[in-house]
Design a protein around this ligand. Structure first.
Ligand SMILES: [Zn+2]
Ligand SMILES: [Zn+2]
Ligand SMILES: [Zn+2]
Length: 445
C-alpha cells in the first residue's frame, strides 16, 4: 500500500495486519509522518482554557472568544471559530447544551463522555460532506473504516448529540467500534490535553513497548491540529517503525490492556521478559528496605548515589536485571517514586526529592527505550530541583556552589540531547525554552 509519503511502505506482517517499513535510513529526530486530526476533543478540564479548534492557550494578554450560541466552545479568534463552525460546530451548537445536560450524557463515565463528544464531532463533520456520511476513495473516513474494529464484543454505542441529517445507525456503530483501539491522546509538552482520531497514523503504525518512534502534536492557528511522528533513534532502511500505544512504563497492566482493548498479545523482548518473571517479588514496606532497593537499582543502572556527571546516560538491558531487583517492575514502585519526587520538589524537601528523582531516573533508563522523551522531561525536572536545592543552601562555600552548578548543567545538557530529538510539541514555551532559560541563569551566576 502507498502511504502518501516517501518514508514508509506498508508490507504484510507475520502476525499483525501490516507493518510500516522505512524505505530509507532515518536519523533520530526525522519527521516520519505529519497528519491532520480527523476529529478531536479537548479534555473537560481544558475547556474554556484552550481554543476548541487549535487547542492552543490564548496568547498573552488576550482571552478566548466564547460561542454565543451554546456558550460551551471557546476560540482564539474569529478564524478558529469560523474554521470549526464549518468543520462541525454548526451541526452541534443548537443541541449541545441540552444534550450534555441530559441524564443519558450525565450518567456516562468520563471516558464515555469523551467518546460521546468525539463521536458527535466526527458525525457532525461527516454530515457536512458534499455526500453526507459517504466514504470517498482514500478519504480519512475510508481509511478509518478500513481499520480493525475493537476486539470487545457487543459494545454499546454511547448517546450522541442529535445531528441532522441523522447518521445511519450502522455507521455510528462501525465508527465507535474503531474508537477504543485507534484513538490517540493529544498532548502538549507530554501532558494530555485532548483526544483525537488520526486515521492514517492508526493504519500505519504497529505498537512496540520499545518503540523507535513517537507521536508529538503541533498546534497552530493557521494550520490546525496535526500529529507528527518522529524517529526517536536512528532507524535503518527496511526496519519497522513502531510507536507505543501505551506508556511503556505500564509494565504490569499493559499485557491485559493490549489483549482486551487492542486484541493482540505483545511479544516484544520486554514483554516476553516481564512475563517470564511470573509473579513479581513483593515491594518492601519498610522505608529503609525501600531506600536500599533504590540504591541497588541506581548501582545496577550505573548512577552513583548523588552525582551524575557523565556526558551521556548509562544504558542497561532490561533482561540483565538481577532477581533481587525484580520488585522494581511493580508499577506502584514508579508511581511512588514519582509521587515523592514531585511532592518534595514542590514542598522544598530537596534532599528527598533529589534522592527519589535520581532513583526514578535509573528506573526510566531501565524501562524506557533510549531517547524516549519522558526521560528528557524528567532530567529537566531534576535540573530545576537541583538548582532550587542550591539556592536554599545556607552560606554555601564556593566549592558547594560550583558543584550545584555543574550538576544542574549536566542534567540540562542530557535533557536537551533527548528533547531536541523529540522536538518542540504543543504550546509555544516548552521544555526546550526552559532549558535555555536555566542555562542562561547558570552563566549569569
Ligand atoms: Zn485556535
Ligand atoms: Zn456553539
Ligand atoms: Zn511489548
Amino acid at each position: 500500500m502507498l502511504t502518501g509519503n516517501d518514508t514508509l511502505r506498508l508490507v504484510p506482517h507475520p502476525k499483525a495486519r501490516d507493518q510500516a517499513i522505512s524505505i530509507k535510513k532515518l536519523e533520530a529526530g526525522s519527521l516520519i509522518l505529519s497528519t491532520p486530526s480527523f476529529a478531536s476533543i479537548l479534555l473537560a478540564t481544558q475547556k474554556g482554557h484552550r481554543c476548541d479548534t487549535c487547542f492552543r492557550l490564548p496568547a498573552d494578554g488576550t482571552s478566548l472568544r466564547r460561542c454565543t450560541g451554546c456558550g460551551s466552545y471557546w476560540y482564539c479568534d474569529l478564524d478558529c471559530q469560523t474554521e470549526q463552525w464549518h468543520a462541525h460546530h454548526k451541526r452541534i451548537c443548537k443541541n449541545y447544551t441540552k444534550f450534555t445536560a441530559s441524564l443519558a450524557f450525565q450518567s456516562l463515565r468520563v471516558h464515555e463522555r469523551n467518546d460521546s463528544l468525539l463521536l458527535s464531532h466526527l458525525l457532525a463533520h461527516l454530515s457536512l460532506l458534499s455526500t453526507p456520511y459517504a466514504p470517498e476513495d482514500s478519504s480519512p473516513l475510508s481509511i478509518f473504516l478500513s481499520l480493525l474494529p475493537s476486539p470487545v464484543p457487543d459494545m454499546s454505542v454511547p448517546p450522541v448529540c442529535p445531528i441532522s441529517p441523522t447518521p445511519p445507525l450502522d455507521l455510528l456503530r462501525t465508527l465507535y467500534t474503531r474508537f477504543g483501539n485507534n484513538n490517540f491522546a493529544i498532548h502538549s509538552h507530554l501532558t494530555t490535553i485532548g483526544h483525537g482520531v488520526f486515521p492514517l497514523a492508526s493504519r500505519l503504525f504497529n505498537h512496540s513497548c520499545v518503540p523507535n518512534a513517537a507521536a508529538r502534536y503541533s498546534l497552530s492557528p493557521s494550520h490546525g491540529l496535526w500529529m507528527e511522528v518522529i524517529a526517536i533513534r536512528d532507524i535503518l532502511s527496511g526496519e519497522e517503525t513502531c510507536i507505543p500505544y501505551l506508556d511503556p512504563a505500564m509494565t504490569q497492566s499493559r499485557h491485559q490492556i493490549l489483549e482486551l482493548t487492542y486484541g493482540f498479545r505483545c511479544d516484544c523482548s520486554a514483554c516476553l521478559y516481564i512475563r517470564s518473571l511470573g509473579t513479581l517479588p513483593e515491594l518492601p514496606t519498610e522505608p529503609t528496605e525501600l531506600d536500599d532497593l533504590g540504591r541497588q537499582l541506581r548501582e545496577f543502572v550505573g548512577i552513583k548515589d548523588t552525582l551524575l556527571l557523565a556526558p551521556t546516560l548509562p544504558s542497561k538491558s532490561l533482561e540483565s536485571t538481577p532477581s533481587s531487583l525484580h520488585a522494581v517492575f511493580h508499577e506502584a514502585y514508579m508511581s511512588s517514586l514519582s509521587g515523592t519526587f514531585s511532592r518534595c520538589s514542590h514542598d522544598g524537601d530537596y534532599d528527598i526529592a533529589l534522592d527519589s528523582g535520581i532513583t526514578l531516573l535509573a528506573l526510566y533508563i531501565l524501562i524506557y527505550p533510549p531517547g524516549y522523551p519522558q526521560i528528557g522531561m524528567h532530567l529537566l525536572e531534576l535540573a530545576k530541583t537541583q538548582w532550587n536545592a542550591g539556592i536554599v543552601l545556607p552560606n554555601p562555600s564556593t566549592e558547594e556552589r560550583s558543584k550545584v552548578k555543574e550538576q544542574t548543567r549536566v542534567y540540562l545538557s542530557l535533557a536537551r540531547s533527548i528533547l531536541q530529538i523529540y522536538g518542540p510539541e504543543g504550546d509555544d514555551v516548552g521544555p526546550l525554552q526552559e532549558i535555555k532559560i536555566l542555562e542562561s541563569l547558570l552563566i549569569e551566576e
